[in-house]
Design a protein around this ligand. Structure first.
Ligand SMILES: [Zn+2]
Length: 146
C-alpha cells in the first residue's frame, strides 16, 4: 500500500500485534500478523482458492513457489514444483484468516506446523513482494530458520 495512505484495519492489526508481543509467543504473533496483513492487502484469494481453477481448496492442497500460491490436486499436473503441504499448515492459515487475533493466538499447533506456515508465508512474500522475511525473522526467532 502507498506510504501515507491511511488504513485503519492495517493499523489495528499492527497495534494489536505489537501489544500481544509482550505476553505471547513472538513467532506466533509474527505469522498471524503476516497472514492478517496479506489478507487485508488482497492476497486472500491465493490462500482461499486454487490459483489455477479458482475452486475451493479442500483435501490435498499443494503449494507452488514458482506460481506463488496454492493449488488443488486436479491442477498440479504440469506444475513441476507443486509441493503437497500438510493439512494442519493449510487449515492453520485458513483459521487465522477467518479468526480475530485473540482467537488465532489460541490455536494450538505443533512447531513443525508453525514452521510450515512460516515457509509458505516466506515463499509467498518472496514471490509477490520480493522481500525475504527470513533474514529479518532470523534475528528474532530461532524457529524461523529451517
Ligand atoms: Zn484447481
Amino acid at each position: 500500500m502507498p506510504l501515507w495512505d491511511a488504513n485503519c484495519e492495517i493499523f489495528d492489526v499492527l497495534k494489536e500485534c505489537l501489544e500481544r508481543l509482550e505476553r505471547e509467543d513472538p513467532f506466533k504473533v509474527l505469522y498471524i500478523f503476516l497472514i492478517k496483513i496479506l489478507t487485508i492487502s488482497g492476497f486472500e484469494p491465493e490462500f482461499g482458492h486454487c490459483l489455477r481453477c479458482h475452486g475451493n481448496l479442500a483435501g490435498r492442497v499443494y503449494f507452488s513457489v514458482s506460481r506463488g500460491g496454492l493449488l488443488c490436486a486436479r491442477c498440479t499436473p504440469g506444475i513441476a514444483d507443486a509441493k503437497l503441504i500438510r493439512n494442519d499448515v493449510f487449515s492453520s492459515i485458513r483459521y487465522v484468516q477467518e479468526s480475530d487475533i485473540g482467537g488465532s493466538l489460541r490455536l494450538k499447533t505443533s512447531g513443525e506446523c508453525e514452521r510450515g506456515v512460516f515457509y509458505i508465508l516466506r515463499e509467498f512474500i518472496m514471490y509477490h513482494l520480493e522481500v525475504d522475511i527470513n533474514a529479518a525473522a532470523a534475528h528474532l526467532f530461532e524457529k524461523g530458520l529451517s
